[in-house]
Design a protein around this ligand. Structure first.
Ligand code: SF4
Ligand code: ZN
Length: 745
C-alpha cells in the first residue's frame, strides 16, 4: 500500500473532523446541549455511530462524546517520514470520517427541521430534489430487497460524470443490474451526478432505485447508515457489535463506491470509510490504488483513468466495479427492445410522457389468465394482437385493452390462475417504458413515448408474459399463448367472461370459513430476516403482508411443494375462541426451532402471532378508549398511540410475539375472525382516513350483518383525533360500541 493513500485519507479525515467540531460548537452555542437531534423517523439514532459503538445520540450534547471517539480514531496527519505498511490507520481514519459525517448531516436537520424531502420520490420539478436519509419505513421496505436478493446491493456515486449523457448511461446500466444507486457530493465545479440525471429527465427516487441523498460529500454516510441498519434489522446484529456488522456487510451487501472526477482528500477519506464495510472504490481518475486484497473481496481502490483520448472507459466502468466487488449478476432475458429488470418496476409514466394508455376507468379493459385443458388449442409463444396496433394510432391515444393469457400445463390447476394472473402487474412494470396499475377489470396500462421510439409494440406485452411465466412457473406449465385485444367490441364481450371468473374466485375464498378446512398453510418466507417468524394462514386470516390468502398459499404449495408454504394439519382444537389447535402449535414449535410454543389465530392479547416486518397494518391497544387502533404502512403521520408506524414497526418486528400488538393484512380487518377473541371489529376506534377509504365498504358490510349501520363513521381518524383523549371524546360523541364492552385487558 502506498504512503500517498494513507496520507490522503488521514488528511481528509482530519478536515472532516475539524468541520464536525466547528459545527458542533456552533450548534451547542446556539441551541444548548439538551436540544434534540435526530434523523427523520428512525429508531436507529445516528445509524453508523449506533451500529459501530452502540452509543445513542439523542441530544446535541451527546455528540461531544462522539467527538472524543473521533479524535481518538483519527490518526495524526502523517509527516513525511511516517510509513504505515498496513491498512489500520486508513481504516480508522475512514470510520472517524463517517462519524463526523453523521454529526454534520444530522445537525442540518436541527437547523432546518425538514431540509430534505421525506417522500419516496423526488418532486418532478425544481432543484430541491435531494432526499436525505431514508426513514425506517423506506429503509425496511427497501432493505428487504437486499435480504431477499431482489437487489444485490448498491453503487454509491460521488462526484459527477464527464457529461450528463454519460451519467444517464451509467445509471441505466446499474439499474439493469438491479443495483440501487446512492448519490452524494459534487465535482470540483460543483456539478453533481444527480443534477446530471435531472438534466437528462431521468426519474429519481427510491421507486426507481436512483436515490439522491445530498449534494454535500458528507451525505455519503447515508449509504453506509443504510447498510448498517440492514445488518441490525435483518441480520440480527446488535448495536455496538461493529465486527459482525462489518462482516455481515462484507459478505452480504454487494456495494461499491464509484468516484467520478477528481478525488480530493475528503473523498478519499469517505472511500476509506466504505472500505471498512468491504465496499471497494473504483475511480475514473488516476488516484493511488490499494490493490492487495483482504478487507474487501478483491481490490480496495482501483483507478481506471483514460489511457488515450478516444478510449471510452465509461462503457466498462460498471462491469469493472461489479467484477471488483465479486458480484455475479443474473440478468433475466426477456425479448423486448426496452430495458428489463426489477429496477424499472418503480418507474412512473406521466401523461406528458405517455404514448398510449389503456383502461384506468377511461376505456374498457381487463386481464384474465385462464387454464386450458386441451393441449392442442394452445400454441406456446404465440402472441396475437386483435385491433389497432401501436403504429396505427396517434400519440396520446386511449385504447381499450383485453389481455387474455391461455395456459396449458399437465400440472396446471384452476386454483393457480389468480396467483399467476396477479404477476402480470410485476412483469409489465419491470419493462422500462411500460407501466401497470390495478388488476382484473380495473387495470390501467401506459406505454411511454420513449418505449415506442425504441420499437416497443403491443405484441411485446405478450412476449413479456410468455417469457416470465416460463421462468417462474415452468414447473407447472408447458405452453403460454397471449391475445392482446384493442378492439372495443371484442374487449367488452370477453370482459363478461372474465368477470364471471373473478366472481367465482371471490365466492370461493369469501365463502370459506376456518371451520370448513382441516388444514391451514404456513408461510416462512420472512424467516430469511426474522428467523423465528411464522405466518399461519387460514381461510379467514390472510398472511400479514397481504400477499397470501389461504387459497394462494395452497396454490403455491402445490406449485412448489418444497417452498415456503407448507400444509399444517389443525389437529385437536385446544381453544375454539382463541383459535388454538394442537397441530398448529406443534408445527410452530418445530418451525421456530423451539422458540415459540403457542399461537392464537383470533387474539392479539393471548399468544398473538409473530410479526416479521412486512405487515400491511399494525394494530395496538388504546387502553383508555377500551379499543384498538390500526395504522397502515403508507400512513406516516402520528397516531393516538403516541407512535408513528415506523416506531411501532421497530417495536414489534423481527419475529417476536408482542401481546397487545399485531401486524396484520388489510383484508383481515373485515374478516369475521378479526381479533374475535378480544371483541372483534367493535374494538376498532381509530384508523387513518386512507384506510377507511380502502376497506370501509367491506367493514360496513361486515358490521351491518351484526346490526350496526355505518360503523366506519364511528371510527375516529386523524382529522378528529391524534391522542387517546381525543379518541375517547369522539367515541362519546358518536356513541361508539366499544364504550359498552367489557375492559380489554
Ligand atoms: Fe409469508 Fe407472512 Fe412473510 Fe407474507 S409476511 S411473505 S405471508 S411469512
Ligand atoms: Zn414478512
Amino acid at each position: 500500500m502506498s504512503k500517498k493513500i494513507a496520507s490522503a485519507a488521514i488528511r481528509g479525515a482530519n478536515q472532516v473532523a475539524r468541520q464536525a467540531e466547528e459545527e458542533l460548537e456552533k450548534a451547542l452555542a446556539e441551541h444548548g446541549p439538551d436540544k434534540k437531534v435526530e434523523l427523520p423517523d428512525t429508531a436507529y439514532f445516528l445509524p453508523v455511530i449506533y451500529a459501530m459503538t452502540g452509543y445513542k445520540v439523542e441530544k446535541i450534547g451527546d455528540m461531544q462524546e462522539v467527538m472524543k471517539k473521533i479524535n481518538n480514531l483519527v490518526p495524526e496527519e502523517p509527516k513525511d517520514k511516517v510509513w504505515t505498511p498496513y491498512l489500520g490507520p486508513t481504516l480508522d481514519a475512514g470510520m472517524a470520517t463517517l462519524f463526523a459525517d453523521e454529526i454534520i448531516e444530522s445537525l442540518k436537520y436541527v437547523e432546518e427541521p425538514i431540509p430534505y424531502h421525506l417522500e419516496e420520490n423526488c418532486p418532478p420539478e425544481g432543484d430541491d430534489f435531494w432526499l436525505g436519509a431514508a426513514n425506517d419505513n423506506m429503509f425496511r421496505k427497501r432493505g428487504l430487497e437486499f435480504v431477499d436478493g431482489s437487489a444485490p446491493g448498491f453503487a454509491a456515486i460521488v462526484g459527477a460524470a464527464p457529461s450528463s449523457e454519460i451519467a444517464a448511461d451509467i445509471a441505466r446500466e446499474l439499474q439493469e443490474k438491479n443495483l440501487y444507486v446512492f448519490m452524494s457530493g459534487a465535482n470540483p465545479d460543483g456539478v453533481s451526478f444527480a443534477e446530471q440525471l435531472r438534466q437528462e429527465g431521468v426519474q429519481m427516487g427510491w421507486e426507481t432505485r436512483l436515490v439522491p441523498f445530498g449534494k454535500d460529500i458528507t451525505a455519503t454516510v447515508f449509504a453506509l447508515g443504510f447498510a448498517s441498519r440492514v445488518a441490525m434489522a435483518f441480520g440480527g446484529v446488535q448495536p455496538g457489535d461493529y465486527r459482525r456488522n462489518l462482516i455481515y456487510n462484507k459478505n452480504r451487501t454487494y456495494a461499491f463506491v464509484l468516484a467520478l472526477d477528481e478525488v480530493d482528500d475528503i473523498k478519499y477519506a469517505q472511500a476509506a470509510g466504505a472500505i471498512n464495510f468491504g465496499f471497494p472504490t473504483i475511480a475514473d481518475t488516476d488516484i493511488p490504488e490499494i490493490l492487495p486484497t483482504g478487507i474487501c473481496t478483491y481490490e480496495h481502490v482501483v483507478a481506471m483513468p483514460k489511457q488515450t483520448e478516444e478510449e471510452d472507459i465509461y462503457d466498462e466502468i460498471v462491469s469493472k466495479a461489479i467484477e471488483v466487488r465479486g458480484l455475479k449478476v443474473e440478468v433475466e432475458e426477456v425479448p423486448v427492445p426496452v430495458s428489463y429488470g426489477p429496477a424499472f418496476e418503480g418507474e412512473i409514466i406521466r401523461k406528458e410522457d405517455m404514448f398510449v394508455e389503456f383502461g384506468g376507468q377511461r376505456t374498457p379493459s381487463f386481464e384474465y389468465l385462464q387454464m386450458v385443458k386441451d393441449s392442442d388449442s394452445v400454441e406456446d409463444g404465440k402472441v396475437v394482437v386483435n385491433g389497432p396496433k401501436i403504429d396505427e394510432i396517434e400519440e396520446g391515444s386511449q385504447l381499450p385493452l383485453g389481455v387474455m393469457v391461455y395456459i396449458y400445463g399437465r400440472d396446471m390447476q384452476e386454483d393457480f390462475e389468480p396467483v399467476m394472473e396477479r404477476m402480470i402487474h410485476t412483469y409489465f412494470n419491470q419493462a422500462s417504458g411500460l407501466w401497470h396499475n390495478g388488476q382484473r377489470d380495473i387495470n390501467w396500462v401506459r406505454i411511454s413515448k420513449a418505449a415506442k421510439e425504441e420499437g416497443f409494440t403491443f405484441e411485446n406485452m405478450g412476449d413479456i408474459i410468455h417469457a416470465r411465466m416460463h421462468q417462474e412457473y415452468g414447473s407447472v406449465l408447458d405452453k403460454v399463448e397471449v391475445h392482446i385485444h384493442t378492439d372495443e367490441e371484442k374487449v367488452k364481450e370477453l370482459r363478461e367472461d372474465a368477470r364471471d371468473a373473478y366472481h367465482q374466485r371471490d365466492e370461493r375464498i369469501m365463502g370459506m370459513e376456518d371451520t370448513d378446512v382441516d388444514t391451514y398453510y404456513s408461510c416462512v418466507l420472512c424467516q430469511s430476516f426474522a428467523p423465528d417468524h411464522v405466518c399461519i394462514i387460514t381461510p379467514e386470516r390472510s398472511g400479514l403482508c397481504g400477499g397470501y390468502t389461504w387459497l394462494d398459499a395452497k396454490a403455491n404449495y402445490e406449485i412448489i411443494p418444497t417452498g415456503p408454504n407448507q400444509p399444517v394439519k389443525k389437529g385437536e382444537c385446544i381453544d375454539e375462541e382463541l383459535g388454538q389447535w394442537r397441530g398448529v402449535n406443534e408445527y410452530l414449535e418445530e418451525a421456530s426451532r423451539g422458540n415459540l410454543e403457542r399461537f392464537s389465530a383470533y387474539s392479539m392479547i393471548v399468544d398473538p402471532m409473530t410479526s416479521c416486518g412486512c405487515f400491511e397494518c399494525i394494530a395496538t391497544i388504546l387502553p383508555s378508549a377500551n379499543g384498538i387502533m390500526t395504522v397502515p404502512r403508507e400512513y406516516d403521520g402520528m397516531t393516538p398511540s403516541g407512535m408513528k408506524f415506523s416506531t411501532l414497526a421497530g417495536q414489534i418486528g423481527g419475529g417476536i410475539q408482542t401481546p397487545g400488538f399485531i401486524g396484520h393484512s388489510k383484508l383481515y380487518i373485515a374478516s369475521e375472525k378479526f381479533i374475535s377473541a378480544d371483541g372483534g371489529f367493535r374494538r376498532l376506534v381509530w384508523m387513518p382516513k386512507m384506510l377507511k377509504e380502502e376497506i370501509g365498504d367491506r367493514l360496513n358490510e361486515r358490521a351491518a350483518k351484526e346490526g350496526i349501520e355505518d360503523f366506519v363513521s364511528m371510527i375516529a381518524d386523524e382529522e378528529v383525533a391524534t391522542t387517546e383523549e381525543e379518541v375517547l371524546e369522539f367515541m362519546q360523541e358518536v356513541g361508539h360500541p366499544a364504550l359498552e364492552m367489557e375492559p380489554m385487558m
